[in-house]
Each structure stands twice: as C-alpha cells, then as structure tokens.
Write a protein that binds this ligand. Structure first.
Ligand SMILES: Nc1ncnc2c1ncn2[C@@H]1O[C@H](COP(=O)(O)OP(=O)(O)OP(=O)(O)O)[C@@H](O)[C@H]1O
Length: 226
C-alpha cells in the first residue's frame, strides 16, 4: 500500500536522504530501523510531506503522493504520531480527539475504549497529562483522522515499561484490525515481534530489507550496533 522508490531529501543544502526505498503491504507493520541520525525521521517527514522528497517516488495504494502538501497526504489516508507527541496542550483530551477528526470508524468513543485512561481524563487539558497519557492521546488523535496507514516515530520513547506495554498492546490490536503501520522505535525487542518486515537505513540509504527473523547477528552488528 506504501512504496518509496529511491527517494532523496534535503534540509537546505544538506542532504539527509540519498537513496531510500521501502514497501509496505496492506495490513502489514514495517519497522524502520537504523542508528541515530541515519534518516528515519526524515523518511517519515518525506512520506508525510513535511520535508518533501527531491527525487524519487512515493506511492500510496498506487497514487503518487510525493511532494504533495502535508494536509493532502493526511487526507489521502496517512496518520502521523510525530516524535515528541505534539498534542494540543491547551485543549482538553476530548477537544484533542475532535480537533482533527474525520468521519469514519475511529471517533472519540472508540479511542476511549482503546485507551480507557483517555476517557477518565476527558475534561483535562493536554498539558496536565502524564507522558504516557499524552502519547496515548497523540495516537488517539491520529486515529480520529481515520487513516489507512499509521506512522509512529518513537511512540514509546521515555515511557515506563508498563505504559509501553499498553501502547504495544493497542498497536497490535490496530494491526489485527487491518490497519497498516510504519513504526520507528529504539527498543527492538518490543518492536520486532509486531513487525512483518524491516528496512534498515544507514546514512540516508536503505541498505537492508527483510523479515525480522532474517535479521541475523552480523546484520544487527553492522547496521544497528546492538
Ligand atoms: N532540521 C534539520 N536540519 C538539518 N539537518 C537535519 C535536520 N533534522 C535532521 N537533520 C540531519 O539529517 C540526518 C538524518 O536525521 P534523522 O532525524 O532523519 O535521523 P533519525 O534516524 O531519525 O535519527 P534519531 O534516531 O536520532 O531521530 C542527520 O544527519 C541529521 O543531523
């Protein structure tokens, strides 16, 4: 459903992506891997139209979306949970869950059923939530746009293990319900079990793609440093 073919991207004069290709099938979860600074966030930004690719193709269900404005790409069916959460701090939980909503299966009630804490905190302001609750809200808010593909950039970063587990459980449920996922996360032991495929980035180049069980120790050593 998502295909990137040889994309490049720049920040001003500085090139961050040199040659990134990847593909993700409908209902699959793709783990985008690589050490710090290798281009994972930039690849996500390119897909979402925040740092548009200079060359190469990005297709969503066959439709070219590369270089389109980010609101168009969102409307085409891509939901983003950005690094650092970026919920609306001065809106309540309920308002956060309706501000970006589009009609579809995911509405506030369904998000509250997925993350019951959000229902309990419905009237609280975003800024008053714990880190884990803010992250759940960021995921919930992305779901209310009713995407076909949900992209998560470091969604469990800095959270306690028990909260991370809650988030992984929710992501697995979403996957089981048929949502396609593209996930960046540092904790491979938690990420790989949900992934159908992995793509590794090294200095802005996609250097390896395959199933998680094909990630042998030599490949991990060479590209992931673990
Ligand atoms: N706003 C920016 N301006 C200039 N260069 C940037 C900017 N953001 C990222 N870069 C550079 O682009 C390259 C890729 O960074 P990117 O954030 O995509 O990597 P990453 O794999 O997501 O790393 P991390 O795990 O640290 O988030 C790095 O060399 C980084 O320094």
């Amino acid at each position: 459903m998502l295909e990137l073919e040889r994309i490049t991207a720049f920040y001003g004069a500085s090139q961050a992506l040199f040659d990134v290709s990847l593909s993700l099938g409908t209902g699959e979860a793709l783990a985008l891997l690589g050490r710090n600074g290798m281009g994972k966030s930039t690849t996500i930004r390119a897909i979402c139209g925040l740092t548009p690719p200079r060359d190469g193709q990005i297709r969503l269900d066959g439709q070219a979306i590369g270089g389109q404005p980010s609101h168009r790409i969102a409307r085409a069916g891509i939901g983003l949970v950005p690094e650092g959460r970026r919920i609306f701090p001065n809106l309540t939980v309920a308002e956060n869950l309706t501000a970006a909503a589009r009609p579809g299966y995911w509405d506030r009630a369904r998000v509250e059923a997925l993350f019951p804490r959000l229902g309990e905190r419905r009237g609280q302001y975003g800024h008053s939530l714990s880190g884990g609750e803010q992250q759940m809200l960021a995921i919930g808010r992305a779901l209310t746009t009713n995407p076909r593909l949900l992209i998560l950039d470091e969604a469990t970063e800095g959270l306690a293990p028990v909260i991370r587990q809650e988030i992984w459980t929710a992501l697995r449920r979403l996957k089981d319900e048929g949502l396609s996922l593209l996930i960046v996360d540092k904790i491979l032991a938690e990420l790989l079990p949900i992934a159908d495929r992995c793509t590794i980035l090294e200095k802005g180049v996609s250097v390896w793609s395959g199933a998680p069980d094909g990630l042998d120790p030599a490949t991990r050593d060479r590209f992931l440093g673990v």
